[in-house]
Design a protein. Structure first.
Length: 70
């Protein structure tokens, strides 16, 4: 499975955590409830911080410094 490291950048205009991947793309967790839920990571449309979620990501993800949840 593909490996991806995501570094937390902040929250978008919908309060969803936004990350930058080690590949330079922006990603969003569309269901950042708590640690008991699996992350639901999508690419950001047009690689824009406040862009809409675009494509679901299936990878072995490492969060830096940690996964941001609600």
């Amino acid at each position: 499975m593909k490996k991806l490291t995501l570094t937390f950048l902040g929250r978008d205009n919908w309060s969803r955590p936004v990350y930058e991947g080690d590949d330079g793309r922006l990603y969003v967790d569309v269901d950042p409830r708590d640690i008991d839920h699996e992350p639901s990571i999508y690419t950001k449309s047009s690689n824009s911080f406040d862009g809409e979620p675009a494509t679901p990501v299936h990878a072995d993800i490492t969060f830096v410094p940690h996964r941001d949840t609600w």
